[in-house]
Design a protein around this ligand. Structure first.
Ligand code: HEC
Length: 385
């Protein structure tokens, strides 16, 4: 345990595997923050007491230090009621925090395994392949599932009962741990030998006409390396019934192609073997394996071509406050700058239409003014006695 310690913690077993490092780091971080909170909320004395109990327990547990054991027992026996409560609370909170860190660690390890293409004990993948292995037909599985009754079961442990405010706080802490992971991953896991990525958030989508159909470049299709290769192309235009202006996320990148055969190359990227690109960054080896696996010819030459791929976006309903303001589209150089086939007020100008519009406004204004002037004149006329 690394509760509330700020110095490098000797309590971490030396044999802790590299895999466990992120877990240990998280537990230490949470312990340190808890220590700060206790100092702030309960005072320095309470903190010192808890810290003392912790060091004595560690000394006894890890080093079998019997002096420490005696001192600990004496200390605990002499705690006042209030002190005992504060000690118990501190260690309870610490256990909760350590649990959160462990949950996070499970998720982290599972992601690592999934990325490597491994399946894990307890996953649906493994369960299904076992069933296949045992000769159970997919139909039987489907039938069984269709007749199964699935229901959540609440355990009867009173200790499991928690207030919602605590659950919410725990959930937020868990989310923050996850965010830390993704920040770390972005800053460190990416090896610049792979090229470069630009990370961004709150990205503005690009808009294109779309009728729901996408045409794809497939392996072996000829490409024109003198221009950007569209890996896929959303179909549709302004004159087609059913087509809409749709938001897309566009991935722009560079990909290896064969300058002689004029097609994109299949590159073997992930894996621990000698030819995987992300393992030893050897393009020719990675291409050779990729193309052989795909059963395609390769001239032995390679170069890079700019590519782009459009991902249609859906399920992106923003909260009311974040709705796209009118001027984002209805303006020059707005989001819909490149969309043709529509007349977009604010972006497009039609002199005749504008003239007619302003004439109507002018006529209305004149009407109001004339009417007003007449009324004022009528009012100003001297009353006839
Ligand atoms: C995501 C882009 C987008 C946003 C945001 C947007 N509009 Fe539009 N607006 C359009 C498009 C596209 C048209 C249709 C142009 C066409 O059919 O020729 C349009 C048409 C219009 C028209 C013309 C009426 C019509 O029936 O053709 C008006 C008026 C208008 N919008 C007002 C607004 C107002 C007010 C807001 C903000 C509350 C707004 N728009 C926000 C894209 C947008």
């Amino acid at each position: 345990m690394g509760l509330m310690k700020t110095t490098p913690d000797a309590a971490v077993p030396k044999r802790a595997k590299d895999n466990e490092r992120p877990l240990i780091d998280d537990i230490r971080l949470l312990g340190r923050i808890l220590g700060d909170v206790i100092r702030e909320q309960e005072g320095a004395q309470a903190f010192e007491l808890i810290e003392k109990i912790r060091t004595l327990s560690v000394a006894f547990r890890r080093d079998a230090d019997h002096e420490a054991d005696k001192a600990l027992k004496k200390l605990l026996k002499n705690l006042s009621g209030d002190q005992a409560v504060s000690v118990i609370r501190a260690f309870t909170y610490f256990s909760h925090l350590a649990n959160l860190a462990e949950d996070r660690h499970h998720i982290r390890r599972r992601t690592v395994h999934e990325r490597m293409g491994d399946t894990q004990e307890g996953s649906i993948d493994v369960a299904l392949s076992r069933l296949r292995w045992a000769g159970i037909a997919p139909k039987t599985i489907a039938q069984t599932l269709a007749q199964s009754y699935v229901s959540p079961v609440l355990t009867a442990h009173p200790t499991e009962v928690q207030r919602k405010s605590i659950l919410d706080a725990e959930r937020s802490i868990a989310q923050l741990l996850a965010q830390r992971d993704s920040i770390k991953e972005r800053s460190s896991a990416f090896d610049s030998k792979k090229g470069n990525f630009v990370w961004d958030s709150y990205l503005k989508p690009e808009y294109r006409w779309f009728n729901g159909k996408v045409s794809f470049k497939t392996i072996g299709d000829k490409i024109d390396p003198s221009r950007t290769v569209e890996i896929n192309h959303p179909e549709g235009g302004p004159d087609q019934p059913g087509a809409r202006i749709w938001p897309f996320k566009v991935h722009r990148g560079k990909q290896a192609y064969d300058p002689e055969n004029k097609n994109l190359l299949v590159v073997h990227t992930a894996g621990e073997d000698d030819t995987a690109l992300w393992h030893n960054f050897d393009w020719p080896k990675a291409i050779q394996t990729g193309m052989r696996t795909a059963g395609l010819p390769w001239s032995g030459k390679y170069d890079f071509v700019a590519t782009e791929m459009s991902w249609p976006l859906a399920h992106m309903v923003a909260p009311k406050g974040d709705a796209v303001p009118c001027a984002q589209c209805h303006s020059d150089a707005g989001r819909l700058q490149g969309i043709d086939g529509i007349y977009l007020p604010g972006r497009d100008r039609n002199r005749l239409l504008d003239m007619i519009g302003w004439s109507v406004v002018l006529v209305a204004l004149l009407g109001v003014l004339t009417h007003g002037v007449i009324r004022i004149c009528v009012l100003c006329q001297p009353k006839k006695g």
